[in-house]
Write a protein that binds this ligand. Structure first.
Ligand code: 5AD
Ligand code: SF4
Length: 354
C-alpha cells in the first residue's frame, strides 16, 4: 500500500491561530497527508506563527533552525511551510523556509478538524483596526474583517450536530464584530466607532442548545450596555469575562492609544458587576511600557487589587517593528525591573488563587 505523506503542524500564539490551524489540518488531510505528533517523523512541517512579542517570534525561528540543524546528507530534506502572522510582515522568505503561505489561503469553507475534548473554536472576525500603539496585529492580520452572521450561525449548528456543548467565539476584538458592515456610528469612551452587532450575534448563539458560550477578546471601549444585558439574560454565557486593561495609568493608557482611562475601566467593571453579580474577570497587562515609572506601575497594581482578577496574563513590553510605540518611545524599562514588576503582579493575582 502507498504510504501517506506525513505532516507535523506546529501552532504558536493565540486562539485565533489555533482555530486557523484546525482548518489547516483538514486542508492537508484532503491532500492526502497524515498528521504526526513529532516533526522528526514528518515529511512536511507547517508552522503557524505568532509575532505578538519578540519571544514568540524567536520561538518560530528556533524551531526552523532546530529542524534544519538535525538534517544531514543522508536524511531526506523536510519541506517547511510557514504560515500565520509572521508571513505578512516579512519582506523576504525566512531562512530555512521553503514556502511562505498566507493564512488567507485556507478559506473558512474548509471544515475545521476539531478537538473533541474542548469547546469548539469559532472565528467570527479577523484583523484589527484599533491601532493600540504597541501592537503588531493590524500589520500582521490586516484590517478587521467580520464573517457573515449566517455563516457563523451555520457553523455553530454544525458543531452542535457533532455533539459539542461549548463554543468559543473568537476575534481580535469581538465587540467590534460587524462594525465593517457599516451600520451607524456611535461615540464610545471618547472615540468614534461603528455600531457593533456582536450583542445580536451573541444572543443568537446563546439561544441555541449549548451549555457554555465564551468569547475572546473584548475591549473596554466598546463593551456596551446592550452587550452586558445579553450576557445577564443568558446563563449559558460564560461568567468569566476576559477584559484586558493593559495598564492602570492614565498617561500610559494615552501613550498606548487605548481610548479609556483608569476610572472608565473601573466604572465599566462596576457596571458589569451590577447587572451580573456572579461575573469573574481575567485580563491582559503589559509590564514596563516606555515611561512606566513606579507611580504608573502602582496604578496597575491598584486596578488589580480593586478588580480581583481570576487570572492575569502578564506580558513584558516588547517593541515591535512598524508599531507607533516602537517608533516614538525608547524601551526604557530595564529587563530586571520588568521582571520585578512581573513577580509583584504574579504574586498578587495569579499565585494567590493557587
Ligand atoms: N509587548 C508586550 N505585550 C504585548 N501584547 C501585545 N503587544 C505587545 C507588545 N508589543 C500583549 C497585550 C495583548 C496580548 C495579546 O499581548 O497584553 O492583550
Ligand atoms: Fe500572535 Fe496576534 Fe497573530 Fe494571535 S493574532 S497569533 S497573538 S500575532
Amino acid at each position: 500500500m502507498l504510504q501517506k505523506n506525513k505532516l507535523y503542524l506546529k501552532t504558536f500564539g493565540c486562539a485565533q491561530n489555533e482555530s486557523d490551524s484546525e482548518r489547516v489540518k483538514t486542508y492537508y488531510q484532503d491532500k492526502g497527508y497524515k498528521l504526526v505528533d513529532d516533526w522528526k517523523k514528518a515529511d512536511l512541517v507547517v508552522i503557524n506563527s505568532c509575532v505578538i512579542r519578540e519571544s514568540a517570534e524567536n520561538r518560530v525561528y528556533g524551531l526552523i533552525d532546530e529542524i534544519r540543524k538535525a538534517e544531514n546528507s543522508k536524511s531526506k530534506k523536510k519541506k517547511i511551510i510557514l504560515t500565520g502572522c509572521l508571513v505578512p510582515i516579512s519582506k523576504k522568505t525566512i531562512k530555512g523556509v521553503d514556502e511562505m503561505m498566507p493564512i488567507k489561503k485556507i478559506s473558512f469553507k474548509v471544515e475545521a478538524l476539531r478537538d473533541k475534548n474542548r469547546a469548539a473554536l469559532i472565528t467570527i472576525s479577523s484583523g484589527c483596526n484599533n491601532y493600540c500603539s504597541y501592537c503588531i496585529v493590524p500589520y500582521s492580520r490586516g484590517k478587521e474583517i467580520s464573517r457573515k452572521m449566517d455563516d457563523i450561525l451555520k457553523e455553530v449548528d454544525e458543531v452542535i450536530k457533532k455533539g459539542f456543548k461549548e463554543v468559543v467565539l473568537i476575534g481580535q476584538n469581538v465587540n467590534s464584530y460587524g462594525a465593517d458592515f457599516g451600520e451607524k456610528s456611535i461615540v464610545s469612551m471618547g472615540k468614534k466607532r461603528f455600531l457593533s452587532v456582536f450583542p445580536r450575534l451573541l444572543e443568537k448563539v446563546a439561544k441555541k442548545d449549548l451549555k457554555k458560550v465564551s468569547f475572546i477578546s473584548s475591549n473596554p471601549w466598546d463593551f456596551s450596555d446592550e452587550l452586558i444585558n445579553v450576557i445577564a439574560k443568558y446563563p449559558n454565557i460564560d461568567r468569566l469575562l476576559h477584559l484586558p486593561f493593559q495598564s492602570g495609568d492614565d498617561e500610559i493608557l494615552k501613550r498606548m492609544n487605548r481610548g479609556y482611562n483608569k476610572k472608565e475601566y473601573l466604572d465599566l467593571v462596576k457596571r458589569i458587576r451590577k447587572e451580573i453579580p456572579e461575573v469573574r474577570f481575567s485580563t491582559d497587562i503589559i509590564i514596563g511600557f516606555p515611561g512606566e515609572d513606579e507611580k504608573a506601575f502602582q496604578n496597575t497594581v491598584d486596578v488589580c487589587k480593586k478588580v480581583g482578577f481570576e487570572i492575569a496574563y502578564l506580558n513584558k513590553y516588547s517593541p515591535r517593528r512598524g508599531t507607533v510605540s516602537a517608533k516614538l518611545y525608547q524601551d526604557d524599562i530595564p529587563m530586571g525591573e520588568k521582571k520585578r514588576r512581573w513577580n509583584i503582579l504574579n504574586n498578587l493575582v495569579n499565585q494567590k488563587k493557587k
